[in-house]
Write a protein that binds this ligand. Structure first.
Ligand SMILES: CC(C)(COP(=O)(O)OP(=O)(O)OC[C@H]1O[C@@H](n2cnc3c(N)ncnc32)[C@H](O)[C@@H]1OP(=O)(O)O)[C@@H](O)C(=O)NCCC(=O)NCCSC(=O)CCCC(=O)O
Ligand SMILES: Cc1cc2nc3c(=O)[nH]c(=O)nc-3n(C[C@H](O)[C@H](O)[C@H](O)COP(=O)(O)OP(=O)(O)OC[C@H]3O[C@@H](n4cnc5c(N)ncnc54)[C@H](O)[C@@H]3O)c2cc1C
Length: 658
């Protein structure tokens, strides 16, 4: 691409960037080697550019065509991946980068049909199958000679796993499980878990591997009713399905038995910890935090580049129209989204490291921090997906009418982010899970050792601890920690009062649940801001000074933004004053001004190539108007000057003949 083709405003924006963009790309990828690995994956993928990115855009395909087209593209992409992924390499990083990263969403703006195989089926299998079972199936799953899904949710239950109705009854005479869907509401919907019965006793939810279709004909096996659930708001390249079992028999050894087991005579052997069955959901929630960063990175790249190119309105009479990125209200929408993306990137890394540390402990039988990991994964999944969809929507709104076009890729990206607020655990329910852990922690604060992510509760509640509000990042973090502690303690007090007045524990919980969710959110916000501050401060020590300065500005912008967003909490629970708020507001506007010159450089550093960004507004060259017209002309309605509906319907109507 010649320099002449690049929009002049974007050239100017890139010229005024104060830091080295490549240095930031290396940091975002996790080091130069990771950048080179990613670019090699992209290079390999681009050898099939036309097959993967040419043809009729998804938005003009039928529901069925879209599925078939995404399957066509997925097998091309994953055949390429097989070349990159060494034989028997069970490290799913490549696959996950292909899927949850921008590559995955690129097969179609509507997700990838292989998504669940790698993001759910493989991890569940690797965490729940014993060695024998892994030997039998893992390699076949890794090279896609079997493709799996994850059928836990049912028509009648998604959140309440203990309420799932599908049964798996062990028959010792044949050493088989009989899978059965007793009711319509027990049909697996979205597509693993079933209530396990053995010797007449129910042992709760367990995972089984079930062959659904014949390996040659692909026909559903006897007793299995399977289908697709219909058009969704997004992710329509992912064929979410339903499955009904009519007394389907599977071998005993199809129960995933890494933890709990059923012996040949039907004896049930308990898992060392009943919660390990839920392990895969913790892992997937960790992956979803990375997904939310990847989706938001696309949205901010599109909105920022477009805001540098779009000129609209005069600030002063007679002046040329201004780049909309010069309007402070536009900076308010976009620069905070950039800060939010960086903040969640650092928290995704922290969560991944925490998951690996605790997962190792679990493998050694140490379950001490399982509750903390579950609570952290729940609240970070909830907050990262809520923030990602909120900021993505702000980015769409920041692009005016063109942001409403599917060709901008902002509406499809929003559909992806908002789905993640529901799947892998509805966000409200997950924040309640975090609150459950926090209340338990608070009740034991003086008797039990505190795990790292809740240490602050002790610090800010120590008798004699005093804290005067400061407008610094550290001061804001301390403020959020105090808010969280006071919300948790007031929930405990409220519940105690209600129970003392005769209300059941369960009713007291439900009555206080709005405040419980709020306590979970405040706890998570304190963690997100402090992790962004601490981990970025550490990283800044090895950065060049110009880059470190911009990263410090993003951290402060993020902290001040959320302080202003949660003023009610801070006014209720901390000593922040009206004067402090005035100073915070002017600091916020000053930070927007400081970061503005680096906005394009910051999103360029995500280094999302145009083929993966798939946006008429966000391409690297900024030729938005030409691309909008190119995309418009792809509409089938432009294939002929007069659509047949004129002669069939409109003309007779206009002539009064209908
Ligand atoms: C909401 C709960 C957690 C409630 O479960 P429950 O058995 O009623 O638990 P409870 O009585 O509240 O607590 C009992 C205890 O179980 C613990 N626990 C619960 N879940 C986990 C976990 N994952 N890891 C570790 N521990 C867990 C809780 O902390 C409780 O512990 P405690 O008694 O307090 O010590 C559960 O039902 C749940 O997780 N619901 C969400 C269902 C879900 O996430 N479905 C995902 C389906 S797959 C999917 O959506 C795929 C999307 C992927 C894609 O498309 O990319
Ligand atoms: C795009 C997409 C893909 C999916 N993929 C899969 C898949 O591959 N495999 C799979 O098994 N599932 C999948 N799911 C299902 C998903 O996991 C469930 O939708 C999710 O767990 C929420 O459960 P639900 O649908 O039953 O919602 P519900 O729990 O019925 O939620 C409805 C409302 O009830 C509230 N609520 C429910 N319980 C409580 C409570 N205890 N306290 C307070 N409020 C409560 C919720 O907060 C929510 O507001 C997918 C869903 C989507 C949207």
């Amino acid at each position: 691409m010649g320099i002449g083709d690049i929009n002049k405003d974007l050239i100017r924006e890139r010229a005024k960037c104060t830091f080295n963009v490549t240095e930031l790309t290396y940091f975002l990828d996790g080091g130069k080697d990771k950048t080179l690995e990613r670019k090699e994956r992209e290079r390999v993928m681009l050898t099939k550019r036309e097959e993967l990115f040419g043809g009729t855009p998804d938005e003009y395909l039928s529901h069925k065509e879209k599925y078939e087209n995404s399957m066509r593209k997925a097998v091309i992409l994953f055949s390429l991946l097989r070349k990159v992924q060494k034989e028997n390499n069970t490290d799913l990083t490549n696959y996950r980068n292909l899927l949850s990263g921008v590559l995955g969403a690129s097969i179609s703006q509507d997700g990838s049909p292989f998504g669940l195989h790698y993001i759910m089926f493989m991890p569940v299998f690797m965490s729940q199958a014993d060695e024998e079972q892994q030997k039998k199936w893992l390699h076949r799953a890794l090279n896609c000679s079997i493709i799996g899904s994850y059928a836990q949710t049912e028509l009648g239950h998604g959140t309440f796993i203990r309420g799932l109705e599908t049964t798996a009854t062990y028959d010792p005479a044949t050493q088989e499980f009989v899978l059965h869907s007793p009711t319509l509401t027990s049909y697996k919907w979205w597509p693993g878990g079933s209530q396990l019965y053995s010797k007449g006793e129910c042992h709760g939810i367990h995972s089984f591997i079930v062959q659904v279709r014949d390996e040659d004909t692909h026909m559903p096996l006897p007793g299995i009713k399977v289908g697709e659930i219909g058009v969704k708001m997004g992710l329509n390249a992912v064929n979410n399905g339903f499955i009904g079992f009519d007394n389907v028999r599977i071998p005993r050894t199809n129960m995933l038995m890494k933890h709990a087991k059923v012996l040949e005579d039907g004896t049930y052997v308990k898992s060392k910890n009943s919660k390990l069955i839920y392990g895969a959901m913790v892992f997937v929630r960790v992956v979803i935090v990375f997904d939310s960063v990847n989706y938001l990175a696309k949205a901010i790249t599109v909105a920022t580049r477009y805001s540098a190119v779009r000129r609209q309105s005069q600030l002063k009479e007679g002046e040329p129209e201004r780049q909309i990125l010069d309007y402070v209200t536009q900076q308010d929408k976009i620069l905070t989204a950039i800060a939010g993306c960086f903040a969640m990137k650092m928290n995704a890394r922290m969560l991944w490291d925490t998951f690996n540390v605790i997962n190792d402990q679990l493998h050694k039988g140490n379950f001490e921090r399982l509750g903390e990991l579950h609570a952290l994964a729940c609240c970070l999944k909830a907050i990262s997906t809520t923030d990602s969809s909120m900021f993505t929507e702000r980015c769409r709104l920041a692009c005016g009418g063109h942001g409403y076009m599917v060709s901008s890729n902002l509406p499809p990206t929003y559909a992806l982010t908002t789905a993640s607020c529901t799947y892998e655990g509805d966000n409200t329910v997950l924040l309640l899970q975090t609150a459950r852990f926090l209340l338990k922690t608070w009740r034991q604060i003086d008797t039990a050792p505190l795990t790292p992510t809740v240490q602050y509760l002790k610090t800010v509640s120590t008798p004699g601890y005093s804290y005067k509000w400061e407008n610094s990042v550290e001061g804001i973090i301390r403020g959020f920690q105090i808010v969280s502690m006071k919300k948790i303690s007031s929930c405990v007090d409220l519940m105690t009062t209600k129970i003392m007045s005769g209300m059941s524990q369960e009713d007291a919980w439900n009555t206080v649940s709005i405040q419980l969710v709020s306590a979970g959110e405040s706890h998570c916000r304190a963690i997100v801001i402090s992790t962004f501050h601490e981990d970025m401060s550490k990283a800044m020590r090895s950065m060049s000074e110009p880059l470190a300065e911009v990263m410090g500005q993003l951290v402060e912008l993020y902290a001040v933004f959320w302080a202003l967003e949660r003023l009610g909490d801070l006014l209720e629970f901390t000593s922040i004053s009206g004067a402090d708020v005035v100073k915070l507001r002017s600091r916020y506007e000053e930070l927007l001004r400081k970061i503005r010159p680096n906005a394009v450089g910051l999103v360029d550093a995500f280094d999302i190539i145009d083929e993966l960004l798939q946006s008429s507004l966000g391409a690297y060259d900024g030729r938005v108007y030409e691309r909008l017209m190119e995309e418009a002309l792809k509409s089938p309605l432009n294939a002929e000057p007069v659509n047949q509906s004129f002669h069939k319907y409109l003309k007779p109507f206009m002539q009064g003949k209908l």
